[in-house]
Design a protein around this ligand. Structure first.
Ligand SMILES: Nc1ncnc2c1ncn2[C@@H]1O[C@H](COP(=O)(O)OP(=O)(O)OP(=O)(O)O)[C@@H](O)[C@H]1O
Ligand SMILES: [Mg+2]
Length: 340
């Protein structure tokens, strides 16, 4: 992303479609307790607990294979952990008089999804990916998952339609309301592309975009579902220094819209620029939690990364111990995501 495309505040039309809670870090959006995930004899997550305050960025870091993506998969319904809970407090439905857009939680569909969500929130464990998305959680993937033949705007439309009212009936019954909703979906998709700095790529096939642009397109598609919690799995992987700076601006702009972010990222400097709190995983366990400053000087964290480096898993190109967290910031292709 060039300097000229750094995200601007969202236009009013799009702001209306992203839930805007009164953010308070004391107000939890997610409370993960004792999550344990095993694959045969391998324990991928071992009693993981963390708490995420609404309206902020919580970063999850850790050496390769630490369990970061597995945690995302447990939160989004791709994996079902054997043990533990993950309570989520969706954004409360907006006032019934606020504009009902296709993706607004004020819409009948949104309200029914949130019905029955009390003070205890909802447990995400065991819910299907579709249900989790409708509750207001969206994610991007470590290995980019776009529809490469479809245009950028069509990819975003897929996200926006997740919370649309007409759903499957859209193609069957082209009423005036359905046509209006289609127009709104298209308008919103364009606004989101603008927001992530891809206005000039609207009609381009997703597969023809540069790597960094594809990552931003995935973010636009995820935002299309009007999440109150956005999970980003290594959004800076493979990014240039200037793309990393722009990503920092984009994440801040997303949080300014009232969306809470859970961020997996290896670059501790990028993490420190957006997150006040970090959780460190190693071998499936939480080994430290704290501010970026606390984490950088935590002996257990330093040990975990040095061990990772000794194993040859570090990229070896960066000697700033405790500065660059660990791992090769490539696409991290692991071929495991989404498998049950
Ligand atoms: N579907 C699966 N089947 C078997 N093992 C799995 C599966 N998914 C994850 N694992 C294992 O769980 C552990 C954690 O993997 P995970 O992908 O969550 O790590 P990560 O912290 O995201 O690593 P990276 O930084 O490399 O992306 C690894 O040992 C991995 O091999
Ligand atoms: Mg991963």
């Amino acid at each position: 992303m060039s300097g000229a495309t750094v995200p601007r505040p969202l236009p009013a039309a799009i702001s209306r479609t992203i839930p805007q809670p009164r953010p308070s870090a004391a107000d939890p959006i997610l409370d993960v307790r004792d999550v344990t995930l095993r694959f045969g004899g391998l324990t991928s997550l071992d009693g993981v607990s963390l708490r995420h305050g609404r309206g902020s960025v919580l970063a999850v870091i850790g050496p390769n294979g630490a369990g970061k993506t597995s945690l995302f998969n447990c939160l989004t319904g791709a994996y079902r952990p054997q043990q533990g809970s993950a309570r989520f407090w969706p954004t409360a439905p907006a006032s019934p008089t606020s504009p009902a857009t296709p993706a607004s939680p004020a819409s009948p569909a949104g309200a029914s999804v949130l019905a029955g969500v009390g003070e205890r929130g909802v447990d995400l464990v065991g819910r299907s990916p579709h249900r989790v998305a409708r509750l207001g959680i969206a994610r991007t993937f470590q290995n980019i998952r776009l529809f490469p033949e479809m245009s950028a705007v069509e990819n975003v439309q897929v996200g926006v339609e997740v919370r649309a009212r007409a759903g499957a009936l859209r193609g069957l019954v082209p009423t005036r309301a359905v046509r209006r909703e289609e127009r709104e979906i298209l308008e919103r998709s364009h606004l989101l592309l603008d927001f992530v700095g891809l206005r000039h790529r609207v009609r381009w096939p997703a597969g023809s975009l540069a790597y960094g642009e594809q990552r931003r397109l995935e973010i636009a598609r995820a935002l299309g579902t009007s999440p109150s919690l956005l999970l980003l799995d290594e959004p800076a992987a493979g990014a240039t220094a200037s793309e990393r700076r722009d990503l920092v601006a984009l994440i801040r702009a997303i949080v300014d819209q009232g969306v809470s972010v859970l961020l997996i990222e290896h670059d501790i400097r990028l993490v420190a620029a957006v997150a006040r709190s970090i959780v460190v995983l190693n071998f499936g366990r939480v080994i430290a939690t704290g501010s970026p400053e606390q984490i950088r000087s935590d002996p257990a964290v330093i040990e975990a990364y040095l061990g990772d480096s000794d194993d040859g898993a570090d990229d070896g190109a960066d000697d700033r111990a405790g500065d660059r967290a660990a791992g090769q910031p490539g696409d991290g292709a692991d071929g495991r995501e989404g498998r049950r």
